[in-house]
Design a protein around this ligand. Sequence first.
Ligand SMILES: Nc1ncnc2c1ncn2[C@@H]1O[C@H](COP(=O)(O)OP(=O)(O)OP(=O)(O)O)[C@@H](O)[C@H]1O
Length: 283
Amino acid sequence: MVTPTVKNMEKIKNSSALLTNPSHSGTPKLEIKDVGKIFRTKSGETTALEKTSFTINEGEFVTILGPSGCGKSTVLRIVAGLEEATSGQVLLDGKEIHGPGPDRGMVFQSYTLYPWLTVKENITFGLKLNGVSQKERDDMARHYLQLIGLEGFEKHYPIQLSGGMKQRVAIARALANNPKILLMDEPFGALDAQTRNIMQEVLLKAWDESKKTILFITHDVEESIFLADSVYVMTARPGRLKKKVPIALERPRDFSVKGSVEFAHYKEELLSLIRDESLKAIQ
Ligand SMILES: Nc1ncnc2c1ncn2[C@@H]1O[C@H](COP(=O)(O)OP(=O)(O)OP(=O)(O)O)[C@@H](O)[C@H]1O
């Protein structure tokens, strides 16, 4: 993996722009093939996933929606390498992956910043480990602080930041390490509605600049539509892909799109799909 620096950022962007066209290589960025997951505990077995299959192309923003307990977080944790699939395969750039790796960036709902490091040190921690020079780290920190709208906060510690600000730093840190894919599990789930709306716009701006492939789990139907190229709806547990709903809203998007007729149609379709699956889950 190439460690990004301000100097080579343009090169990285250009090369990823080539790969953004899925027909360029013909290989999906991420491929989940017949993945199953059975959790075995003292109290018995839970089949969380059964023959789950889907693909995500380079540069695509995919959100996953589904009834509570259908296995959304389990899929993401398997891709992250934090859980091992019981059956099936996960391929990144066509290569099967096992266990965690720096090629996958993660942002969780709970804040996972190092409390003893400043904002700038949190963002550049991985770069330092990779031997990137102080000067380049400073330039990268400046770039990402500007991208997430936190200029002037570089010397603050996480305890001095609001929840939304901490998530901005978590996104910047994940992007600064230039992962092949960004995995996000309800990253805005703990934020108030207004901050959440702002964070969605911050994330779209960062995605637009970085052109990263993103897999994003959410319970929020509006959030899933606003962010995604495609919303993947899962069945009730054991989870599988029920339907892929491509979102044809123009980009760049701002919050005003949430008031459009097209948005309302997507919302109606997705709410109906989730409702059907949620009813199955309690029958
Ligand atoms: N470590 C574990 N041990 C045993 N069972 C687990 C474990 N992790 C998840 N499960 C079970 O697997 C199923 C899927 O869980 P998962 O958290 O992936 O669902 P989810 O769709 O993300 O749920 P939610 O929407 O409520 O966050 C659930 O029935 C859950 O109880």
